[in-house]
Structures are given as structure tokens and as C-alpha cells.
Design a protein around this ligand. Structure first.
Ligand code: C2E
Ligand code: CA
Ligand code: CA
Ligand code: CA
Length: 280
């Protein structure tokens, strides 16, 4: 009966008015969330395939709404982008991640790198925030690749925004750059050489079918080989099985991330499982 109930619910589409109301509420709640610090970060390890060690981690944003509970970033990030609230949220994420990274370096003697996601809106409009962040990274001694930002292909296709120049200023500040969700957009590898990108993250839609789909295997391998020839390292996202790992490793993929190793976890859990007693 529960199953049926759920299915029935799926057919229900909220009216435009209800959607608008819902959105207004979400915007209000996001403002409150910023003020009342309802955000936190969770961390997912990124594993170096040859050594099996955790060299990096991705910081992912979590919002615990006081009434609704956990709300997915895929639901609230687009709204935050539309309203400009992403600027404040993004600043919080960057600063929080940078401080966490420094703390880990000091406490565990590791050189682990933290990646933070940066939405295109944020990248384009960051203005003087950028100088503030560079100063913060200098203060925290993270100007040697301690922090990586993840951007998406869409940003690169927007030729007017001076993205290539901007990426060079990131390089100068010692911030590395990953291209997230590669393969879901329209950019080609040849196009990417115009930009200073350190890591290419193969989207999970390709990793998913590696075991069964020969053409996805071919595509993955071609991406890996070409990206490496262009001076990038490759991270496979969404790795869930040992078989996928094996295939990627045989293809020479540099890093992997996914549920096979761990879901994103709290700071405490990350420390216990990946940092304590095993400095990489
Ligand atoms: P993303 O950057 O592509 O992050 C990877 C997503 O895949 C995460 O979802 C992660 O939990 C999930 N994932 C990791 N391993 C696996 C796996 O093996 N299988 C499957 N099926 N999924 C896996 P999450 O945390 O819900 O984040 C969703 C998206 O929200 C992110 O996609 C990113 O685009 C956005 N996001 C998250 N945090 C931030 C943030 O701080 N700033 C911005 N601008 N966007 C963020
Ligand atoms: Ca990402
Ligand atoms: Ca991704
Ligand atoms: Ca580079």
C-alpha cells in the first residue's frame, strides 16, 4: 500500500502557484540558513588508483533545514544561483573548506587536497572576493595546491567571460582546477587545451556502464589517454564496484571517487577512517 501511495504521489504535479509559493519559501529559508549557519560540509575521499591512498577529498555542501530536515544541494543550489545567494553560500564553503584543510595538514601531517565546487554564477561575479580568498590561502599556507576548485564545462563555453585569463590567476594563487562532470556537456578535449585545467573528472554516467558497455569503455579510455597527453590528470566519479575500479586502473586512470570507497562523510568520520594513523 505504501508503494502504491508513493506511485500515486508521483502523478501529482503542483500548480504553478504552488511552485512559486514553494520557491519563495525556499528563498526565505535559504536567507535564514545563511544567518543561522544551518550549513555544513561533508567530505568524500578521492583515491589515487596506483597506491590506493587518499590524496584528495571533495567537500560537499549539506543543509539541515530545521523543519524539513536534509535538503539536497541539487534542489537548493539552482535557487541560490538564481537569487545571487550563492555568493554568500559559496564564500562560506570556500572559507570553511580552506580552514578544514589547514587544520588537517597541521593535525595529521598530511598534504591532502580539498576540492570545492564553484558554480558558474559565482565564478563570473566573484570580483573582489577573489583577492580576499587569496589572502586567506596565504594566511593558511595553502598556496601550493592545497585547494582545488571544481568548475563545469558550461563555464568554458561562455567565451565572453574571460575564463581562460581568470584560470591563470587561480594558477598564480596556487589553486588547482578540476573540470567536473566531463562528458555531459559539449566541450571537446581539443577545446580544453585553451584552458589551464589540472584535473578532468569523468562523469558518473560513463563510469556506471563500464562493465557492460563496450562503447563506454572505449570512450573512457580515449578520454583518459587524451587528457593525460594534454597534461591533465583524470578522476573517475561514481565508482561503485571493484570491477569498475579494476577497469579504470587498467586504463591508467589516475584517481577514483565513489561509494566503493566511501559516501561523503562528516569531518569526524573522515578523520577516523582516512587520516588517523595514515598520513599520505
Ligand atoms: P557533483 O559535484 O558532481 O558531486 C558529486 C555527487 O555525486 C555528490 O552528490 C555525491 O554525493 C554523489 N556521489 C558520490 N559518489 C557517488 C557514487 O558512487 N554513486 C552515486 N550515484 N553518486 C555518488 P551531492 O552531494 O548530492 O551533490 C550534488 C551536486 O550538488 C554536486 O554534484 C554539485 O554540483 C552540487 N554541490 C554540492 N555541494 C556544492 C557546493 O558547495 N557548491 C556548489 N556550487 N555546488 C555544490
Ligand atoms: Ca564536484
Ligand atoms: Ca561531478
Ligand atoms: Ca595546470
Amino acid at each position: 500500500a505504501k508503494e502504491q501511495g508513493r506511485n500515486r504521489f508521483n502523478y501529482f504535479t503542483p500548480s504553478m502557484q504552488e511552485q512559486a509559493k514553494y520557491r519563495m519559501r525556499l528563498i526565505q529559508d535559504l536567507r535564514i540558513a545563511i544567518e543561522h549557519q544551518q550549513f555544513n560540509l561533508v567530505y568524500q575521499p578521492i583515491v589515487h588508483l596506483q597506491s590506493g591512498k587518499v590524496h584528495k577529498a571533495e567537500a560537499l555542501l549539506r543543509w539541515h533545514h530545521p523543519e524539513r530536515g536534509y535538503i539536497s544541494p541539487t534542489e537548493f543550489i539552482p535557487v541560490a544561483e538564481d537569487t545571487g545567494l550563492i555568493m554568500e553560500i559559496g564564500s562560506w564553503v570556500f572559507e570553511h573548506a580552506a580552514r578544514q584543510c589547514r587544520d588537517w595538514h597541521h593535525e595529521f601531517g598530511t598534504t591532502i587536497q580539498l576540492s570545492v565546487n564553484k558554480s558558474p554564477v559565482q565564478f563570473r561575479d566573484e570580483g573582489e572576493n577573489f583577492e580576499r580568498w587569496v589572502a586567506l590561502l596565504e594566511e593558511l599556507e595553502l598556496t601550493h595546491g592545497g585547494i582545488c576548485i571544481e568548475i563545469t564545462e558550461g563555464l568554458l563555453l561562455d567565451a565572453s567571460s574571460g575564463v581562460a585569463e581568470k584560470l591563470l590567476t587561480y594558477r598564480d594563487a596556487g589553486i588547482q582546477v578540476s573540470l567536473d562532470d566531463f562528458g555531459t556537456g559539449y566541450s571537446s578535449l581539443a577545446y580544453l587545451k585553451k584552458f589551464d585545467i589540472d584535473y578532468l573528472k569523468i562523469d558518473q554516467s560513463f563510469t556506471r556502464n563500464l562493465e557492460n558497455d563496450a562503447s563506454d569503455r572505449t570512450l573512457c579510455e580515449a578520454i583518459i589517454v587524451m587528457a593525460q597527453k594534454l597534461g591533465m590528470k583524470v578522476i573517475a566519479e561514481g565508482v561503485e564496484t571493484a570491477k569498475q575500479q579494476e577497469i579504470l586502473k587498467a586504463m591508467g586512470c589516475d584517481y577514483a571517487q565513489g561509494y566503493l570507497y566511501s559516501a561523503p562523510v562528516s569531518r569526524e568520520e573522515f578523520e577516523t577512517r582516512f587520516l588517523k594513523g595514515d598520513p599520505n
